[in-house]
Design a protein around this ligand. Structure first.
Ligand code: NAD
Ligand code: GLY
Length: 386
């Protein structure tokens, strides 16, 4: 077994990537990437200020959204841009993963051609991770790159997909196989948009928030343990804090490994080797991504216990927090008999090298390492508690 040194060094990183507290529910996080740097504005009821935050008082834009988000959120952003003197329109795609497709992308290219878009036309993604990934890839590829801004409206998109510049669509044979790195010019997060987000989608996003505590920040994890009610009640100040801290932690990782070349960015994949297998086996509709990540984190943590890296209490703390926000922690019964398929899916994970499974595993709450050379049989033994 080998530990990846790049990841082991993470503990020594300065994780404060430049956030500033403007008030309890208004915060700003800077993503420092040289000439691709940008700010994340976080607030409660700030959608109308989107053009001001982005310095977009004129010029042309295309808002990309989906049918669940158009009214009211994307329409509010449209009015804000028009009110600020910018010219543009809105295009709405079907909600859900199927819109991360070549055919949806083709429709969007047609729209840009029809409006004679050029490199000064800004693409504005208003929606969850599907819209951010699709619109971001549109922006990355049209006319060799258009300016792009993210207005995420799911918790998952706020704390993960809108930050870091990964964009893409799915191939029929696999998720996110076609993509590009294309950093946004800015991210505007209005936590009030979460008021309309269905409960299951909201809880799914909490899995990624909890993940940040486990991989990078014990103090944040302990804070989450103490603020379960605030998270469940979607308290504005609690939300602003968890979104800002998650963005700050992700920004710190992306700053050090923007293009995923050193192995460091892989820490964000804690639980995902298992989770991708559970999602694939469920046909992507039985489990939401965050639900699969929740179960996957517990399997990975059990693996770390099994390998003697952590005491069982470290897993127990994660189980307690995940369960208390209503997330599943056990592998669905109907998947437990499909062990070879689980291994086959895990082998497709992009961390796998030369047929060797690699896992991100905790050695305490707040710190993880990449561990190579784990036997598939050991991983399978961690699907259940016994
Ligand atoms: P999603 O975009 O499909 O949104 C989930 C559902 O919530 C959809 O039905 C959507 O219409 C609806 N919705 C969104 N905001 C809403 C709101 N405020 N009110 C009511 N309904 C709302 O899913 P997601 O979980 O946000 O994102 C998942 C996608 O993100 C996946 O495709 C995944 O691959 C991608 N992702 C990308 C990255 C990255 O770094 N680029 C990271 C993680 C995940
Ligand atoms: N969501 C994983 C990453 O951005 O690298």
């Amino acid at each position: 077994m080998v530990n990846c040194p790049a990841v082991a060094n993470l503990r020594s990183f300065e994780l404060s990537s430049g956030s500033s507290l403007m008030s309890d529910s208004h915060q700003q996080v800077s993503v420092q990437l040289g000439d691709r740097s940008y700010d994340i504005r976080i607030g409660n009821g700030i959608l109308a200020e989107t053009p001001q935050y982005l310095g977009q008082k004129s010029g042309r834009f295309l808002i990309v959204t989906d049918e669940h988000v158009q009214n009211p959120h994307a329409n509010d952003v449209l009015q804000a841009f028009r009110g600020a003197g910018a010219q543009g329109s809105i295009v709405t795609v079907a909600a859900g993963e199927r819109s991360k497709s070549l055919s949806a992308l083709s429709t969007l290219y047609d729209k840009l051609v029809a409006m004679s878009a050029n490199r000064r036309t800004t693409i504005v993604a208003v929606g969850g991770g599907v819209i951010g990934d699709l619109a971001g890839f549109l922006a990355a590829t049209y006319a060799r790159g258009l300016p792009f801004v993210q207005v995420p409206t799911t918790l998952l998109a706020m704390v993960d997909s809108s930050v870091g510049g990964k964009t893409g669509i799915n191939h029929t044979k696999g998720k996110n196989l076609i993509g590009a790195f294309h950093q946004p010019r800015g991210v505007v997060i209005d936590i009030q948009t979460l008021n309309t987000l269905p409960d299951r989608e909201y809880r799914s996003g909490l899995a990624e928030v909890i993940k940040y505590g486990v991989i990078l920040d014990e103090q944040f994890f302990a804070w989450l343990e103490d603020n379960i009610d605030g998270m469940l009640n979607r308290d504005a100040n609690v939300l602003a804090h968890i979104v800002a801290r998650s963005c700050e932690l992700k920004a710190a990782v992306v700053r050090e490994d923007e293009f995923e070349t050193t192995g460091l960015r892989a820490v964000l994949n804690y639980g995902h080797t298992f989770a991708h297998a559970f999602e694939a086996l469920s046909g992507y509709d039985e489990l939401l991504h965050g639900e699969a990540v929740s179960i996957g984190m517990i399997c990975a943590s059990r693996l770390a216990v099994r390998l003697g890296r952590i005491p069982a209490e470290v897993t127990d703390r994660q189980v307690a927090v995940l369960k208390s926000v209503g997330l599943p922690v056990e592998v669905p019964e109907n998947q437990l008999t499909r062990q070879q398929e689980i291994v086959d899916c895990m082998m497709l994970d992009k961390k796998t090298v030369d047929g060797q499974l690699r896992f991100i595993l905790p050695d305490s709450i707040g710190h993880v390492e990449t561990v190579e050379g784990v036997d598939a049989s050991a991983a399978l033994e961690c699907l259940t508690t016994t």
